[in-house]
Design a protein around this ligand. Structure first.
Ligand code: FES
Length: 60
């Protein structure tokens, strides 16, 4: 995955930010959202953000 790719433009969350949240203990999408704020504004990034979370949790 491209680590500097922007996942959520409203909040400015990248793939790397999501990875950091997971490394710091976030175990699911809700926990990543709480830690990063991803998908907390317009929601347009939600499906993509969920896929990124899933991929990282699966070891990508
Ligand atoms: S792009 Fe993520 S909440 Fe708007």
């Amino acid at each position: 995955m491209q680590e500097d790719k922007l996942v959520c433009s409203c909040v400015g969350v990248t793939v790397a930010d999501i990875r950091t949240a997971i490394e710091n203990g976030a175990k699911d999408f809700d926990a990543v959202q709480e830690a990063t704020g991803v998908s907390s504004v317009c929601g347009a990034c939600r499906e993509y953000a969920e896929n990124v979370v899933e991929a990282i949790l699966n070891g990508e």
